[in-house]
Design a protein around this ligand. Structure first.
Ligand code: DHB
Length: 308
């Protein structure tokens, strides 16, 4: 039994896409709705539609992927209209919001509140790919101000999409800020490891065009960093849920995220490479691993990682 509950919603399984992957337009979103994913999330949106960065802007590598998409999206009105029409009896749906400024986020949040949709908001504090726009969650004062303002404007529980941190002092500082906001009901860890550089040896060239080749990496590169961030926030934010994201391409990796404290698990690079059929495979692999271990429900092991 892979079913679970999250923010008072029923999920058939804990699997969903990572925002940005397979969720740009009606066709892609419909494919996720029809897939075996337990839920799905829309592409991070801005106040106005954006074309994004020049191509090529995503490349797969042997160990994962690198991207600098630059927030191409159809504008928040499209995604708000999409989530307003969704059949929530089928599966839960999240809406990712990534305004280019605090003012833009507040304008979108006001409209989302007024629409009173059942979609769960994931506020993206960690886009690394818009030139001149630093990741909010790497500026703790900016993050605190953003959360204070959004919590004043919005009326429902919501979540935040976080970048990876690499220092215990940063886990402590970020969690302390998040814990000031009870309305922040979940923390999604992690976005891509930002501003990495992948190189093709044969051509002696970068792999993607924007930002001289610098981009966010996902896939195998990021699994241990993702698990550390999931577990760090799981330990520090006992009144919040954690959504795991990073390096998932097998049921065993889903299991590791859940063990580390994730309540739901998102799939990015592997979904981009394999397509929405990946969700049925991951669900089967997770169920088989649970059966082998004698676990009947996710609650039998979720958050129960052992230390030495
Ligand atoms: C993009 C990348 C991200 O990692 C993110 O969180 C939002 C947007 C992008 O480049 O489109």
């Amino acid at each position: 039994d892979l079913s679970t509950r999250f923010l008072d919603c029923a999920f058939a399984n804990p699997l969903m896409n990572a925002s940005g992957v397979w969720c740009y337009d009606q066709t892609e979103l419909d494919a996720l709705n029809l897939s075996a994913a337990g839920a799905y999330v829309t592409k991070s949106c801005t106040l106005e539609p954006r074309a994004g960065n020049p191509e090529p802007r995503y490349k797969a590598t042997p160990l994962g992927s690198i991207n600098s998409m630059g927030l191409p999206n159809l504008g928040y009105r499209f995604y708000l209209d999409y989530v307003a029409k969704h059949d929530y009896a089928r599966k839960p749906l999240f809406m990712s919001v990534a305004g280019l400024s605090l003012e833009d986020n507040l304008a979108m949040v006001r409209e989302i509140k007024a629409a009173n949709v059942p979609a769960i908001m994931e506020l993206n504090l960690s886009c690394p790919n818009v030139p001149g726009k630093p990741q909010i969650a790497y500026d703790f004062d900016a993050m605190d101000a953003m959360l204070a303002a959004v919590c004043r404007e919005y009326d429902k529980p919501f979540g935040v999409k976080m970048p990876p941190y690499f220092d215990i002092a940063h886990f402590d500082a970020a969690a302390e800020i998040l814990n000031r906001y009870p309305q922040v009901a979940f923390v999604t860890c992690i976005n891509s490891i930002g501003n990495a550089l992948a190189i093709d040896t044969e051509t002696e060239t970068v792999l993607i065009k924007p930002k001289d080749g610098f981009g966010g990496i996902g896939g195998d590169y990021v699994l241990p960093t993702a698990l550390a961030n999931v577990n760090a926030f799981f330990r520090r934010c006992p009144d919040k849920k954690v959504i795991g994201c990073g390096g998932v391409k097998t049921g065993e990796q889903v299991f590791q995220h859940l063990l580390a404290g994730a309540s739901l698990v998102q799939v990015g690079t592997a979904l981009q490479e394999e397509g929405p059929a990946i969700f049925a495979r991951l669900a089967d692999e997770l169920a088989a691993l649970m059966a082998k271990k004698g676990y009947k429900t996710l609650g039998d092991f979720q958050g129960k990682l052992k230390t030495l």
